[in-house]
Design a protein around this ligand. Structure first.
Ligand code: NAD
Length: 348
């Protein structure tokens, strides 16, 4: 089993190092790693954020463990050469259409949530975001109106196949959890959302055991902070999912805690923390590596068929937190390495 390690920029290499130490400690037979440049690091070395060698490795590997991309030095580059294009390119090239973001609050971190502890402790959900369509991938551009004013446009669209395949991921995920799926759209205003809702309802007939509800995105944003305990699995489009999943992350404590998986139709995936390259703390040993360590656990569960090893990592993270391990984002002073050490100590 080959893992492509793509550390990227900023704190990416720091958090990937800790995740690799944890994976090494599990001594999984046949697990090998190959590392490649991506993002700003790749741009500086090769002139492109997603070099052909890196893409080839990602295609060849059984799974990809990704740090983060983004480098202020590259902000002036043309858009297609910016580090962030690497992650969009990987999603597109590998057909990673389903983004799974669990938001679970470790009880020890109730005080770190932006919500009151008694509300925060209810959080235990997965947000499933469609990743290959919607307004991010539609026709876009700048033009002039007839009276000479500048106008920007981005076309939002989904076809029924795209909606059906992500709806199935939502229903399957709900079947493996609490059998409750909430589909989030804006069907009162958008035709794209009306189609989304119609197709989700049609797909429901394949999963009669799942209780399906629908919610408008504005209401969902409000309900996530008012009563997050009502959600088990949320399925939504690319734009709404981008915003709601970041919101859920702050409800669940720190952005440094939450993992994610981006899967293709065969469950091959790219696993990454939900945070970015955090240039403000890069190189200072302040980054929380737990989101990346938990992403490695998701990789073992979803792409490598090793759920027991995934359970071991998640239990070790909980134990490390219970023992008092806290990086600065969690209100403590543990360094990135010390957080990794705490998880390793809890594993053994
Ligand atoms: P960010 O997630 O990098 O940082 C936001 C804030 O959270 C910062 O204050 C940062 O210090 C803190 N933070 C993030 N991760 C942390 C961790 N593990 N431990 C402790 N604190 C942490 O978002 P940003 O500042 O908006 O973006 C920085 C760069 O990252 C940009 O170039 C952006 O485009 C890029 N980015 C990349 C990805 C990705 O690689 N998938 C995702 C989001 C942003």
């Amino acid at each position: 089993m080959l893992i492509a390690l793509l550390p990227g920029d900023g704190i990416g290499p720091e958090v990937i190092t800790e995740a690799q130490r944890v994976l090494d400690a599990l001594r999984i037979d046949g697990l090998t790693f190959e590392e490649a440049l991506v993002g700003g690091a790749a741009c500086k070395a090769t002139g492109h954020p997603l070099p052909a060698d890196t893409l080839a490795l990602a295609k060849r590997a059984d799974a990809i463990l990704f740090g983060a991309v983004g480098d202020p030095d590259c902000d002036a580059l043309e858009r297609h050469l910016r580090p962030e294009q690497a992650i969009l390119g990987l999603r597109k090239e590998l057909s990673l259409f389903a983004n799974l973001r669990p938001a679970t609050l470790f009880p020890e971190l109730a005080d770190a949530s932006a919500l009151r502890p008694e509300v925060a402790t209810q959080i235990d959900m997965i947000i499933i975001r469609e990743l290959n369509g919607d307004v991010y991938f539609g026709d876009k551009g700048m033009r002039k109106t007839p009276d000479g004013k500048r106008e920007g446009y981005d076309i939002m669209s989904y076809n029924e196949d795209e909606v059906r395949r992500i709806a199935r991921v939502g229903f399957e995920t709900a079947m493996a959890r609490g059998k409750k799926l909430c589909s989030v759209d804006k069907a009162n205003v958008l035709e794209t959302s009306q189609l989304w809702r119609d197709v989700v309802i049609e797909t429901h007939t394949e999963y009669p055991e799942v209780s399906l509800s629908h919610m408008y995105v504005d209401n969902c944003a409000m309900q996530l902070v008012r009563n997050p305990g009502q959600f088990d699995v949320i399925v939504t489009g690319n734009l709404f999912g981008d915003i709601l999943s970041d919101q859920a992350s702050m409800c669940a404590g720190s952005i440094g805690m939450l993992p994610s998986a981006s899967l293709d139709a065969a469950q091959k995936g790219l696993y990454e923390p939900i945070h970015g390259s955090a240039p403000d703390i890069a190189g200072q040993g302040k980054a929380n590596p737990l989101a990346t360590i938990l992403s490695a656990a998701m990789m073992l569960r979803y792409s490598l068929g090793l759920p027991k090893h995934a359970d071991r990592i998640e239990a070790a993270v909980a134990k490390a937190l219970a023992a008092g391990a806290r990086s600065p984002d969690l209100g403590g002073s543990h360094s990135t390495r010390e957080m990794g050490d705490a998880v390793l100590a809890a594993l053994t």
